[in-house]
Design a protein around this ligand. Structure first.
Ligand SMILES: [Zn+2]
Length: 158
């Protein structure tokens, strides 16, 4: 009787470990896809990519760039990023606003740490998990996400 219980517990723990490992692999591969997606960005100074995944499906994507209909140039003549350039996360989230899908309970994969403005959008869009791949000097965005109870996972490049 006791033996059976012990065995069941061990099995459960193993299952949890297997699931965690599976999740980690998915996270790494989606982040890798976001890195590839970032290459679409025509910004010179920095290329960032984002993917929104819900129930095992990529439901949106984005990279940093100017709004639709604007010139595909992110920097001004002084190599300063234009104020109207949208971040990858903002592009991915606002793309959902024009679709029939929604980000409630989704995970967002971002190649770089989200800024405070994008973190506000992430919170309001119902995204529950953020996986990002590059740390930034400012951490206020990450802190805001954590305050909102969003799971934040850092997966650096291997
Ligand atoms: Zn941002």
């Amino acid at each position: 009787m006791y033996f059976c219980h012990e065995k069941a517990d061990t099995q459960l723990i193993n299952e949890q470990e297997v699931n965690r490992e599976k999740q980690r692999q998915f996270d790494q591969r989606y982040l890798e896809m976001a890195r590839i997606w970032a290459q679409n960005s025509y910004c010179q100074r920095r290329q960032v990519g984002a993917l929104v995944v819900k129930e095992g499906m990529i439901i949106s994507d984005g990279y940093n760039g100017t709004p639709s209909g604007f010139e595909n140039v992110c920097e001004d003549e002084n190599n300063i990023t234009k104020t109207y350039v949208l971040h990858a996360e903002a592009n991915a989230i606002t793309k959902l606003a024009r679709s029939n899908n929604n980000s409630e309970g989704a995970t967002i994969y971002i190649t770089a740490s989200p800024c405070i403005e994008c973190s506000k959008l992430i919170i309001q869009s119902g995204i529950r998990r953020v996986v990002y791949g590059e740390k930034y000097r400012l951490t206020d965005g990450i802190e805001l996400l954590e305050r909102a109870g969003i799971e934040v996972v850092y997966l650096g490049e291997e």
